[in-house]
Design a protein around this ligand. Sequence first.
Ligand code: ADP
Length: 238
Amino acid sequence: MSLLVVRDLTKIYGRGAARVQALGGVSLAVEPGSMVAIMGPSGSGKSTLLAIAGTLEDPTSGSVRIADADVAALGADDRARLRREVIGFVFQDFNLLAGLTAIENVTLPLELDGVARGRAEREGARLLGELGLTEQAYRFPDELSGGERQRVAIARAVVGDRRLLLADEPSGALDTRNGESVMELIRATCQRGVAAVVVTHDAQLASRADRVIHLRDGLVVGEEAAVEPGGERSETVP
Ligand code: ADP
């Protein structure tokens, strides 16, 4: 069963002369364990799609199902709970809290959920260990490199078994090597059953995903499956 299913999404901002159609009917399904990259020029609707998939914005029409729940049918509380328990966000600029250590940043969502401190800390330490950050756990963000900060942000996004990871240009502020390592970490996270949607403008990085979806003017204009070892890249351009 798909963890995220969006169907025929449209999004219109503004009205009259200021009317902009950001999405013109986008459908997409993401299975647990799979990583989908979204590519497209600036203004093609990538961030809008991610915001709607993350329940941060409502579509003008179309539907969003997350973990088998129809988002439109949920009240504000249930929607907030879905966001808290199922969805993790990663942003280009990391968005870590400067006054908290790496492990405190990672465990904050758990503590806000009322998880006991000791348990939250064990979970945070385990995740940071998986991402190769055991030594950095008690450092503050300004004592970490950009790549390390983004790894902390990934840990925070999936802490507490969040199953849908939405990332908007997670490697945008990083050099090539760190950008690649962030994509590899998202991939490794998917192998634990997480479904990930990653916006990137970098074709090389996008090729690490299982599928690459190309948006243009709010429409899907192409989709490529990942290269299988020894196989050929399949491509469909409707
Ligand atoms: P991308 O992420 O691919 O750059 P966006 O989803 O940010 O594209 O934007 C798609 C289109 O919608 C653009 O034309 C953009 O100007 C417009 N848009 C995005 N957000 C808003 C908003 N809050 N109000 C009005 N127009 C918006």
